[in-house]
Unconditional design. Structure first.
Length: 95
């Protein structure tokens, strides 16, 4: 992905703060969104390649990172307290 250079020096605010101010901020934080996107891609890969043990292990690691990050964002009140990651709904968040 490509960043937008010098926004903070020009406007005095970061990009995400400008988006929140105008009501255009994403529902999920960017790092959590990218991890969910990665988990969906690995699940799709595992549907075709059932015997890929390494991908199965990596999926467990990715999903544990998602749960850890979600716990942090719930504490920081950037996610609602009842938000929960479920692999069955994950593709809907990414799409």
């Amino acid at each position: 992905s490509h960043g937008i250079a010098q926004v903070k020096s020009v406007t005095g605010n970061k990009i995400l703060r400008l988006l929140k101010k105008n009501g255009l901020a994403p529902a999920l934080p960017e790092d959590l969104y990218c991890l969910i996107k990665k988990a969906v891609a690995v699940r799709k890969h595992l549907e075709k390649n059932r015997k890929d043990k390494d991908s199965k292990f990596r999926l467990i690691l990715i999903e544990s990172r998602i749960h850890r990050l979600a716990r942090y964002y719930k504490r920081a009140r950037q996610l609602p307290g009842n938000w929960k990651y479920e692999s069955s709904n994950a593709s809907a968040w990414v799409a």
